[in-house]
Design a protein around this ligand. Sequence first.
Ligand code: NAP
Ligand code: GDD
Length: 413
Amino acid sequence: MAVTSSPLQEARAQVLGNHNELSLVALEYRRATEPPGNEKCELRHLQVRCPLQHALITGITGQDGSYLAELLLSKGYEVHGVIRRASTFNTGRIDHIYVDPHTPQARLFLHYGDLSTGSRLIDLIYSIRPDEVYNLGAQSHVMVSFENPEYTGDITALGTTRLLDAIHRSGVTTRFYQASSSEMFGSAPPPQNEQTPFHPRSPYGAAKVYAYWVAINYREAYGMFCSNGVLFNHESPRRGPTFVTRKITRAIAHILAGKQDKLYLGNLEAKRDWGYAPEYVESMWQMLQRERPDDYVVGTGKSHTIREFVTEAFEYAGLDWGKHVSVDDRYKRPAEVDFLLADSKKAERELGWKPRVSFRELVRIMVDGDMESLGLTSPGEGARLLREKFGAWHQWNNCVSDNLKAAEGALLG
Ligand code: NAP
Ligand code: GDD
C-alpha cells in the first residue's frame, strides 16, 4: 500500500485494493474526522464507487424488506438483515439475492434476532456498526392486531424503542428509518398529510403512533438522525397473501386454475390509497440521504374502494366477480379506517418522490404475478408495464424486474 499522509488519502489508496478493507478504513476515517468541503465530496464519491455503506434492515423477509435489500445492494451497500428463527424457511422473498456468505462477493448477511429482545439488538448494532438502520419489522396486520393486541404492542411499538435504545446505548452513529403508517391517521378526515392529527382505530395503529413518537423523542433527546416515513398502503406481487389486494389477485389465479371457486371478503366500501411497493422503498432511502431527519407522508393521492379493486382485477382476468365474491362478516374489523388519501406534497418537494404506477397498472402487475406463479398464461399487461414503461429505473441489478417470479420464491428452483 502506498505511503499516505491523511486518512482520506489512505482511503483513496485502498479503493484499488480490497473493498471490504476500504469500508473499514473509510468508515474509521469518517468517524475520526468531520471532513470539510471538498474532502467530504471526495469521500462521498468513494462511497458511491465502493460497497462502503452498511445498512441493517429489520423485517428484511417481508414485502418491503425484500425490495429495500435489492435497492441497497444495487447502490453498493453491504446489507445486513435480521431474521426470525422459524421451523420452516421464511426467506422466500430474498432467496434470489442471497449468496453464500463465504464467497468474497457476498454483500447480504442475515442474522437471527427478534424485536422482542433488546440485548440481541445491541449485539447486532455494535458488531455491524451500520450507517443506516431501517426498522421495517412489525406485526403488520391490522386485523391480527385486534386478536393479538398485546403482542402487537410488544413488537410494533416497544420493538422500536428496543432498537432505538440499542443504537443509543451502543454509541454507534447511524441514521434511523421508522416504518410509520397511514393507519395512524385512522378516522382523521382525508386528505392526510404531516399536519393531520392521528386518530388510530386499531391496536396496530396505536402501536405505530407510539413508535412514531418514540423515534421523534430519540431525535429530540439525543440528537439522533431518526426519520419517519408515513407510508400509505403499497402492494406488489410480494404482498403477504392475507392483505386484501393480494388475497384478491391470488384468489383470481386460483379460480382460473380450478383450485378455488369462492372468495370471501369483509368490508368492500373502505377506501385506500394504494401504490406500488418498489417505489415506496425508494422514498425510505431518500429520507435517510437528507441533510436533516424529518417526517414524510408518502402515497399516490388517489383512493379507491375495495369493491373497485375487486372489479378491476376480475375484469382484467376475464372473470365475473359477482359469481365468485361473497361477504363474510368475520373479515370485518371491530373499528374500521374508512378513507385514506395521501397528500404527499412535502415528499414530492423535498425528496423528489412521485409515484409512477397507477391503480390500474398496479392491479395488472399483481394479477399477472399471481397467474404466472401458478403457471398460467397471464394477459401480460402488468409484465409488459414493468419491462417497458419503467426501463432502467426498474432494473435494480435485474432484481425487481424478476419480482413476478420472486413472488412465490420461484427463482429458487
Ligand atoms: P410484512 O410483509 O408483514 O413484513 C413484516 C416483517 O417484519 C417480516 O419480515 C417479519 O418477519 C418481520 N417481523 C415480524 N415480527 C417480528 C419480530 N418479532 N421481530 C423481528 N421481525 C419481525 O410488512 P411490509 O408490508 O413489508 O411492511 C414493512 C413495514 O412497513 C411494517 O412495519 C409495516 O407495519 C409498515 N407499513 C407497511 C405498509 C404497507 O402498505 N405495506 C404501509 C405503511 C407501513 P417474518 O417474515 O419472519 O414474519
Ligand atoms: N385483510 C383483509 N382481508 N382486508 C379486507 C378484507 C379481507 O378479507 N375484506 C375487506 N378488507 C378491507 C379491510 O377492512 C381494510 O379496510 C382494507 O380492506 C385494507 O385491508 P388490508 O389489506 O389488510 O390493509 P390495511 O389497510 O388494514 O393495512 C395495511 O396498510 C397499512 C397502511 O395504511 C397494512 O400493510 C399495514 O401494515 C399498513 O400500515
